[in-house]
Design a protein around this ligand. Structure first.
Ligand code: KG4
Ligand code: ZN
Length: 349
């Protein structure tokens, strides 16, 4: 239940290609405004860092104004400003961090430089309330795929495993490109897969008994991507049409299978009854249904935010900021750094 006394926190996100400004009071979302430069990157098949930085610079002030208007508040009303300090694209992060410092200085507000990955977990509190701790978090985005044990969202997380090559979202983007689908590849693969059967047996990376000994909670998607490329090439060489929906469905099934099996295994191994899934790939319809089936089977409570909160946004940063304020965490210095390689173990800069 939200009350007027809960902190009003503004969050700024600029780690990749979305300029996001979110405003929350406690766990209540008041505004979530986004300006995306995705269309400017589409023809390159990936995000171009300099183009993203310039777009953040141009979008920052209008996005901030829209968020304040939507929430019906002014900067003076805000109790704290949170900003993504890392990980992400160096130039893109700098724009958000510089803007946050300017707003914090001008309005005399405390500033929190926060971890983008922890924010992908924290955003779920806007949908489902306080996160029971400990929880297992599966974080699957364009740049990261990690399994984490969250003992204390304000104090730190314990990494259990991560991808040893491509991130899950990166695999979606690369396979979409192979299939002639637009960037970013997750949404069009998700849509195409609904029309096809997952009948091609693509490999499940790091699930063989010999791999499990060393990599029980790690992921690998580059072998899967290569297997899809070979399958498609063989079709093309034979002069046969590529069944896009069937390949998309089979690829998606392989990714979701490995992610959900390992996430549920981590919950069971650690005796933890809550699984939260975050990051852009958590918007995928198949990972959501498969995770639900598997969690139900073992009595695990699954928490996945609605798709719009899974992909990058400012609300997630505000949600983590609000959690930090409520936990009594110290704000950062006005000179706080951005860190493109910020480790998941640091919640704040
Ligand atoms: O979290 P996010 O918005 O940005 C990063 O922090 O990387 O994640 C973006 C990634 C992209 O690779 C995109 O293809 C993927 O999330 N994605 C999806 C879906 N929507 C976005 N992947 C699978 N299915 C989706 N529906
Ligand atoms: Zn992200």
């Amino acid at each position: 239940m939200s009350t007027k006394t809960e902190p009003l926190v503004l969050g700024i996100e600029t780690s990749c290609d979305e300029t996001g400004v979110g405003i929350v009071r406690g766990h209540t979302l008041l505004a979530d405004e986004i300006a995306s430069s995705v269309d400017e990157h589409a023809r390159f098949g990936g995000v171009v860092p300099e183009v993203a930085s310039r777009a953040h610079f141009e979008a920052m002030v209008p996005t901030m104004q829209r968020a304040l208007d939507k929430a019906g508040v002014t900067l003076a009303d805000v109790d704290a400003i949170a900003v993504t300090a890392g990980p992400g694209l160096a130039g893109a992060l700098l724009v958000g961090v510089a803007a946050a410092k300017a707003y914090a200085l001008a309005a005399g507000k405390p500033i929190y430089g926060v971890n983008h990955l922890a924010a992908h977990v924290a955003v779920d509190t806007l949908e489902h309330g306080a996160l029971p701790e400990p929880a297992i978090a599966l974080l699957v985005s364009g740049g990261h795929s990690s399994l984490l044990r969250v003992d204390d969202l304000a104090g730190g997380v314990v990494p259990l495993g991560a991808t040893i090559d491509d991130a899950a979202g990166e695999a979606f983007d690369k396979v979409a490109r192979l299939l002639g689908l637009p960037f970013p590849g997750g949404p069009p693969i998700d849509r195409a897969a609904r029309e096809g059967e997952a009948s091609i047996a693509f490999p499940r990376g790091l699930t063989a008994p010999r791999d499990l000994a060393e990599h029980r909670f790690d992921f690998s998607f580059s072998g899967l991507k290569t297997a899809v490329a070979r399958w498609v090439e063989a079709r093309e060489r034979a002069g046969e049409p590529v069944p896009v929906a069937q390949v998309a469905a089979s690829f998606q099934e392989a990714v979701c299978d490995v992610l959900t099996v390992k996430a549920v295994d981590a919950c069971r191994e650690h005796g933890i009854e809550t699984l939260v899934i975050g990051g852009g790939v958590a918007a995928n319809s198949r990972i959501r249904s498969m995770a639900q089936e598997r969690c139900d089977k073992y009595g695990i409570t699954l928490r996945v935010p609605r798709p719009k909160l899974c992909t990058d946004n400012g609300a997630m940063v505000a949600a983590l900021g609000s959690h930090l304020v409520a936990a009594g965490a110290e704000p950062g210095r006005l000179g706080l750094p951005s860190d493109s390689a910020m480790p998941i173990t640091s919640v704040t800069a």
